[in-house]
Write a protein that binds this ligand. Sequence first.
Ligand SMILES: Cc1ncc(COP(=O)(O)O)c(C=O)c1O
Length: 438
Amino acid sequence: MQYSNLKVAAEQVNFKQAVLRGLGKDQGLFFPDEIPQLDNIEALLQLDFVPRSVAILKPFVEDVLSEEMLGGMLERAFNFPLPLVKVDSKNDIHALELFHGPSLAFKDFGARFLAECFARFSPEKVEVPLTILTATSGDTGAAVAHAFLGMKNIRAVILYPKGKITQLQEKLFCTLGGNIHTISIDDDFDSCQQLVKEAFSDPEIRHPLNLNSANSINIARLLAQVCYYFEAAAQLGYKKAKSTVFSVPSGNFGNATAGMIAHCLGLPFKRLVAATNENDTVPRFLAEGHWDPRKTVATLTNAMDISLPNNFVRIQQMAASRPEMFEQQLFSGKISEAETLVAVRQLYQQGYLADPHSALAYAGLIRDRKQRGSGDETGVFACTAHPAKFRESLEDTLQIKVELPQELAVVVDREILSTQLDSRYKSLKNYLLGMDNP
Ligand SMILES: Cc1ncc(COP(=O)(O)O)c(C=O)c1O
């Protein structure tokens, strides 16, 4: 499969090169030149998760990875459960729980597959270790840190907006040390993302530090995420999948992109709702036709406080060759803070504790159903983070005590090891140039 840079079409690479380069020239993202139609989806859904994921990803990687290699990589990466939990029988609504990996968020799928790719593609002996530079709005950092911790010849440098992630999110990845370096930036996530892009464009940094990215800039992460849409459909059954509406909480639009890749591959579903918080660049763009990002505002769903969603260009790329599919099956809407809180409470009354991001997706699903009035649909909302990661806001909203799972209980008293930097590129550059080799 050939991948092209969406900004510089002449830059064409295979999967290995796309993974190792991370970001293309002029900060362009790589995207497959074609998305093949998979055969016999009904039979595919009968397979177990890992063998099915091998069949889904094979066409994207087969020129650089054998089926056997891919199978081993996915076996190790996807080694945690992925339950679809019914939360409302009457209305046929299900929670797709994507948070059972080591960092308790959906990002574990992408980060763990990416780490497998780097382990496979990096040479055994290197002159310069690989530096994975990544921006996080809260959850990517933990997934990347846990996926790369202790890996030979690789160090991860993770930027996050100071004071804009929860304490528990911070504890999960800023207490590890070793080859994991964390930096709190005195600004918002968009600024962290911009710093990463600047470093990629800086020849004094990119090559000397053998820079790469683990953000959803990297195509490997997105491809891994495609697999869980198929798993949801497998658990529902082919017939039900056809009348299913997915709702995903959206910030950088990686999840939504993966869902639409799944749809282009032939996975049947009715619609995908990409629900945003107040940072609603995409819903406004789809409604009014103007790309008009505003200053990012802080919300309860902090991991989605993004006004420059990186992945939207990939959605536009797919939409260009399938305009009808995208007009009829992809929707995006803004959910207010008040609606998110109502959704947290409603779900809790139904016996389901959801973190605010997952609850926002639920609110998106319910609104979509009300607007369209179709009662015979199945609804699936993506639960992207474990509720305990957002313990403070849930305890506040619901007046309950939220127990910490083991993964969080062990880090809660550890010291934060992060370095603090202002948001000037010069400060980051000095830091990177001053780092010791791992
Ligand atoms: C818990 C959670 N939900 C939703 C999102 C948004 O996902 P995406 O950036 O793929 O739109 C994120 C991203 O950081 C997240 O951490």
